[in-house]
Design a binder for this molecule. Structure first.
Ligand SMILES: Nc1ncnc2c1ncn2[C@@H]1O[C@H](COP(=O)(O)OP(=O)(O)O)[C@@H](O)[C@H]1O
Ligand SMILES: N[C@@H](CCOP(=O)(O)O)C(=O)O
Length: 320
């Protein structure tokens, strides 16, 4: 999206000097994304992405940045944050917390096919395995409590069928959140927003390589099956209807399970997790729509898409 905070070349240079990177010779605002201010930064020592955090506090950021550093250190294609001389990953720019991470090569794929989703499924399973020894803990800030609170507010913005759907889903999710079956699912630090616009591919057509995944700023402690549901709901959805594309879903799951087989309970609760994930993004999009923030470049995302995804997930639950 969005550029909420304008960064001058002089401000960027000051930060780069602190990080031992010299001056920039390119500072380009990024229009995609909706949460933070992002710039591509070119230096003699490589290409970077500068993020100025608009909602997250400096206290919350070490979790995300250390998670990225942890995954990158294990050889996963995740951008490593640049530390300062003291090893700190959270910096300050224009009075706000900021980070500089490696710019990954490649481009996003708008219409993923079986090949792309299989690569993503493999990587997702590797991410879930790699956090076993990640020492930090932070809750998913878009988890059950946020969904209940935002859902209550969103009732005022809806009427008729959508309002009924929301009310019923909030009740279903409240019961699920309190259930011992859910609490027993395997969990850890998960990305929680791994949409197709947060992954890059490079290489020849038909033989693409997944060059990396980024935007860990919604990461948090949650169930691996929830993270998988977030991914299924974006990578394996027909964007016109909101229905699940079963061929892509099977391919993604098969690749995932070749690395990390799902437990029986995870398989059983996957339909409910898909509903939780659809609700989460329906609510955040409604919230952004009805309570917009100022930004120079901002394209709000369509809430109705996730209403359709949720309706399909409720009416036609899909079991692997
Ligand atoms: N590490 C990275 N490597 C390459 N491109 C990136 C990287 N991080 C962000 N981008 C680019 O910046 C855009 C916005 O980033 P994103 O993290 O999704 O923003 P937001 O957090 O504001 O939603 C992405 O769509 C991508 O084009
Ligand atoms: N993926 C979310 C929006 C979060 O924005 P991002 O650009 O940081 O992924 C959605 O599609 O609603």
């Amino acid at each position: 999206m969005a550029v909420y905070t304008e960064v001058s070349p002089a401000q960027a240079d000051t930060l780069l000097a602190r990080l031992g990177l010299g001056a920039q010779h390119g500072l380009v605002p990024i229009s995609s994304g909706i949460e933070n201010t992002n710039y591509f930064v070119s230096t003699d020592q490589g290409e970077w992405v500068l993020t100025v955090f608009e909602r997250l506090s400096a206290d919350q950021l070490p979790y995300y940045l250390r998670l990225m550093a942890h995954l990158a250190a294990q050889g996963l294609p995740v951008p490593a944050p640049r530390p300062d001389a003291d090893g700190k990953l959270v910096h300050t720019l224009a009075g706000k917390p900021a980070a500089l991470v490696e710019r990954l090569p490649g481009a996003p794929v708008d219409a993923p096919d079986i090949h792309h989703v299989a690569l993503l499924g493999t990587l997702l399973a590797r991410l879930h395995q790699a956090v076993a020894d990640f020492p930090l803990h932070q809750p998913n800030l878009r988890g059950p409590a946020w969904r209940a609170q935002t859902g209550a507010r969103a009732q005022a913005w809806l009427e008729g069928g959508p309002a009924e759907l929301l009310q019923a889903e909030l009740a279903f999710q409240a019961a699920l959140a309190a259930s011992p079956a859910l609490a027993a699912l395997p969990q850890g630090a998960v990305h929680a927003d791994l949409f197709r616009d947060n992954a890059l591919f490079d290489g020849a057509r038909g033989q693409e390589r997944l060059s990396g995944v980024f935007d860990f700023y919604f990461a948090g402690h949650d169930h691996f099956a929830y993270d998988l549901a977030v991914v299924l709901n974006d990578w394996c959805i027909d964007l016109d209807s909101g229905a699940l594309d079963e061929a892509r879903a099977q391919a993604l799951l098969q690749a995932y399970q070749a690395v990390r087989p799902l437990q029986g309970a995870e398989q059983r609760l996957l339909p409910a997790m898909r509903r939780a994930a659809a609700l989460r993004f329906w609510l955040s999009r409604l919230d952004d729509w009805h309570r917009p923030r100022d930004a120079q470049l901002l394209t709000p995302k369509d809430p109705a898409h996730f209403e359709r995804v949720l309706r399909h997930a409720v009416d036609q639950p899909w079991h692997p």
